[in-house]
Write a protein that binds this ligand. Structure first.
Ligand SMILES: O=P(O)(O)OC[C@H]1O[C@](O)(CO)[C@@H](O)[C@@H]1O
Ligand SMILES: [Mn+2]
Length: 447
């Protein structure tokens, strides 16, 4: 992939200024579609707002829709990005970030939708949705994406049941498993969590996109679509981090989407604990509705609750187990404003040092999904063969692994010729969600 500009060896960020690029099509088509759906959702909830808040609820609905329609117009006409006007804890950070980008753009005009970094402006859109809702207190806590997320969970019921049944079978025979059987089970559940990332609602602009069949049946046929597979390094990291006399290590999972993907992450986390490989799991989620389907604290607890309430023996057993892991503190949920900011992760140590320090306490950090991959690599025009380590630009609080299906045109760490071959076979390979990577980095391997 050709970088249009490289400064000190670092290519420029992807941007919608490249007409016809995926970033361009996202800003031109997908973001306005997402905004239209949000407006429609708020409109359809009007009666509920009225029942709960009376006339004030109706006013809030009107005001929010008017702010969002204005936002859609700003996107479509490539207006300059505006400073945020609310009083949330991250408002100042966002406004400073805008100044920073303005500085980087120099005399090339204002920071705007089609001219600036795609990662930045796309994140900014979700923060503006949050602003629009927040500025209207009666409906402040309304999650404009909730409907889609719950629907996607219910549509994947068969797959969830199959997965929980599989988990029960493993847990039943856990004591008798040999090391290699343990490894096989680990690999299977890692793959389910990887492919669970196909089920996001942002790439489809909110169209349903759930897991309908058993996720376990398709794993071997999906194997050729894994472009980089570092799963053996993930396993050896887990094994070598074990300490005598201590049961297991700490694994952090930086979550992505609610629905089937979240269940696949919870099942992996359950296995890590019940096998004794991990003693503690820290989940990291978003503090407000983000990229259509990302997990918020409400989604997290709701999913556990729904799993418990299921009319299926092994599904509900799993739900109860997860609830007790949470209660005992074996599992914990954390959010941090940094996850809903536009920064590339190489900025984390400087811009969110508390979060960086927290991640340093993990023995392994799993980053789920495409957006996390974009942030890990800075969403830049790297050549395909640049190493993952190089693209991380010093980010490495702990050994880490990205589990990602490809939905944005950024990819590093490929073999020479691999990217070109894929382009000739399947021109949309970077964005059609058919391919995946398991990419590992350890800060130790750099010393
Ligand atoms: O849920 P995921 O895997 O992060 O995917 C979301 C992706 O979809 C997109 O919206 C596609 O443009 C990306 O911005 C984002 O990277
Ligand atoms: Mn997502």
């Amino acid at each position: 992939m050709a970088a249009d500009l490289t400064v000190n060896g670092v290519p420029s960020p992807l941007s919608a200024k490249v007409v016809g690029s995926f970033a361009y099509l996202t800003i031109r088509d997908r973001l306005p579609t997402i905004l239209t759906k949000v407006i429609d959702t708020i409109h359809r909830t009007k009666n509920t707002f009225f029942e709960e808040y009376g006339e004030e609820g109706i006013q809030a609905e009107k005001q929010t829709i008017s702010l969002l329609s204005k936002l859609r117009n700003e996107v479509q006409t490539d207006k300059p990005l505006l400073a945020l006007t609310d009083d949330l804890q991250d408002t100042e950070t966002w406004n400073q970030y805008m100044q920073r980008h303005q500085g980087l753009q120099g005399d090339q005009g204002s920071v705007s939708w089609f001219k600036s970094a795609w990662l930045y402006v796309e994140c900014y859109m979700y923060r503006r949705i949050q602003e629009a809702v927040w500025l209207n207190p009666p409906i402040r806590d309304f999650d404009v994406f909730n409907e889609g997320k719950t629907q996607s969970f219910f549509e994947s019921q068969q797959a969830v049941m199959a997965l929980c049944t599989h988990l029960e079978e493993i847990n039943k025979s856990m004591e008798q498993l040999s090391r290699s059987q343990l490894l096989d089970n680990f690999n299977t559940l890692l793959l389910v969590s990887l492919w669970g990332n196909k089920c996001d609602l942002s790439i489809s602009a909110g169209q349903e996109n759930s897991q309908k069949t058993s996720p376990l049946d398709s794993l071997s046929s999906l194997q050729p679509f894994i472009l980089v597979d570092d799963s053996n390094m993930v396993w050896s990291t887990l094994i070598s981090a074990q300490r005598p006399g201590q049961s297991g290590v700490r694994v952090d999972i930086v979550l992505d989407n609610a629905g089937f993907e979240l269940v696949s992450d919870l099942v992996l986390a359950d296995f890590l604990v019940s096998s004794g490989l991990a003693r503690e799991i820290h989940f990291h989620g978003k503090s407000f509705p983000w990229f259509v389907s990302d997990v918020t604290v409400k989604d997290f607890h709701w999913t556990i609750q729904q799993t418990m309430a299921a009319n299926h023996k092994w599904m509900s057993k799993s739900g109860f187990q997860w609830k007790s892991y949470m209660k005992e503190g074996v599992w914990s949920y954390h959010d941090h404003p940094f996850w809903t900011q536009p920064h590339e992760f190489c900025d984390m140590a400087a811009d969110a040092s508390d979060l960086y320090t927290r991640l340093q306490g993990a023995d392994l950090v799993l980053f789920k999904g495409d957006l996390n991959y974009r942030k890990l690599t800075g969403d830049r025009y790297w050549d395909y063969t640049v190493s993952f380590d190089t693209a991380l630009r010093g980010f490495g609080p702990a050994p880490l692994c990205s589990l990602r299906t490809l939905k944005a045109n950024i990819q590093v760490g490929l073999q020479p010729g691999q990217g070109e071959k894929l382009t000739s076979q399947d021109p949309d390979w970077m964005t059609n969600g058919k391919y995946a990577v398991i990419q590992f980095h350890s800060p130790k391997s750099e010393q």
